[in-house]
Ligand binder design. Structure first.
Ligand code: ZN
Length: 212
């Protein structure tokens, strides 16, 4: 009747986690439309389209209210044009569910955005804990020369809304190379969310148990 306690050893280099239950992967070819430089993206897909861009290892003890989902994410380093590799990103389908990310290896950042389009950028590195508060759209960016590996944890009833980024033409900021570092520049394709779209995000917080 009680779930068994467990411990999970994480390999900081690969993100592999003992006792993991699920895994999903995105190939470079799966990431069409997220980068500004479509010609550079087409070149990447031609040469590396079937390679894995990022892998998520996870444990989902239960999907009920109050439980947690936790795991790791492994991201390859690199750029499309001058834009660093990133994850598709999402807002939680119940938007008021938070998340933590903890740096295991590599260098990168969490790109965050409110429903109204305000941006925050938080750097992540080994032994840095990042807090993604309720209501923030978030995606990871690998700004380093090595893989970026992070562990994460979020409420089991969060769900993911990936469409929210697509519908706005991406996030408001893009992260590009700047000398040996990075800088944020405006995303020219970005369309601010309407008042109705923002209201729909707020309404998502009250979704029922079976309503994701
Ligand atoms: Zn999340």
């Amino acid at each position: 009747m009680y779930t068994e306690p467990s411990a999970h050893r994480i390999d900081p280099a690969s993100g592999a986690m003992t006792g993991q239950v699920g895994r999903y992967q995105k190939r470079f070819a799966d990431l069409a439309g997220i980068y500004a430089d479509s010609a550079a993206f087409a070149d990447l897909v031609k040469t590396r389209g079937e390679e894995i861009a990022y892998t998520v290892h996870e444990v989902r003890p239960a999907t009920s209210h109050g439980d947690l989902i936790f795991g790791t994410t492994f991201m390859e380093p690199g750029k499309v044009g001058d834009e660093f590799f990133l994850t598709r990103g999402h807002l939680h389908a119940r938007a008021n569910r938070p998340e933590t990310y903890y740096g295991e290896s590599g260098q990168g950042l969490m790109l965050l955005e409110t429903p109204e389009g305000e941006t925050r950028i938080v750097e992540v590195a080994p032994r840095v804990m990042v807090y993604v508060p309720p209501m923030w759209v978030h995606r990871s960016v690998n700004t380093g020369a090595e893989p970026l590996v992070m562990s994460f944890c979020y409420p089991a009833d969060s769900g993911q809304d990936y469409g929210i980024i697509e519908r706005s033409g991406g996030m408001a900021s893009r992260i590009v190379a700047d000398g040996t570092g990075w800088k944020a520049i405006p995303n020219k394709q970005y369309r601010r969310r309407s008042a109705d779209q923002v209201a729909a995000v707020l309404a998502s917080c009250d979704r029922g148990q079976d309503d994701l």
